[in-house]
Write a protein that binds this ligand. Sequence first.
Ligand SMILES: [Zn+2]
Length: 304
Amino acid sequence: MSNADKLLKSIDTFIRKAEEGKEDIADILPDDIPELSKIPELVEGFEKLTAKLLRQQRKFFLDAFQTFVSKDDQITLGAMLNYFQSNLFAADEFAALYGVEAATFLTLTTEGLAKVIMESIDEDVPFQTLSKRTTNWVESWSTELGEIMQLNTHKAIESELIAAIQNGESIQQAELRLKDLPEFDRKRARATARTEILAASSQANWESFMQSPAVEGKKWKHSGSKKSVPRPSHVAMDGEVVGVDELFLVDGEFGMYPRDTTFSAKNRVNCGCVIGPVVNQDIIRLSPEEKEEIRQQVLAEMNE
Ligand SMILES: [Zn+2]
């Protein structure tokens, strides 16, 4: 295995363990890659910020609920549901606040990982800046993620209120249902932070391979997960090479890398496969100036 391959395998193992969420993230840091030491702090920081925003969101809804009750103690749950649907959901600021935090987190982690990956591929061409294609991805994905999370919270509130109405529950019982919603708890913050470090890692791979002149392709490497029997379709992908900006075809589905969200669950769940760079040694041997010139050309195209 080349240095770059070893590094990518370690990053992947580290991130997948983090995603499983059983251990403290600082304890699973690979000792042999000190440059990665900032990543666990970033993941933990993002988890805390997310948890704080979820607590604020919970408080916003519960305060509004209580204010509405205090104005009219004969209030029905039907009127309460209507109040949420026609006023409170629109006033929720979670998605906007979370989107900003997610963008910062994805930028810092993608940059940090790209720095380590590019150095392992070719020290002559160190990471300098993210391309516009990646900054655009950060912006659109962080916005979308905030909106998806907010929508799921609103749907959960609606179903609790509807269930309370159907069961003929009291206002107090309905309030308890909202207080206990798992959508507001720390576990959700932890799960999202850990899923997003995986997304940042995939994007960092792509960015690094694109910007490294010597990388001519990306190679799929099958790697089993302890949790599951290997998929024959993924075993068959082992060694498959496509261009860095091209899609892999796996079992009738296209994706840029293992666990890409464009794959359906049958290809994503418990997949431990990784990608490695296909390096052209003739290009590695070019002068640093020549390689930098190639990188600048590619970067200009990525910034269009
Ligand atoms: Zn796989």
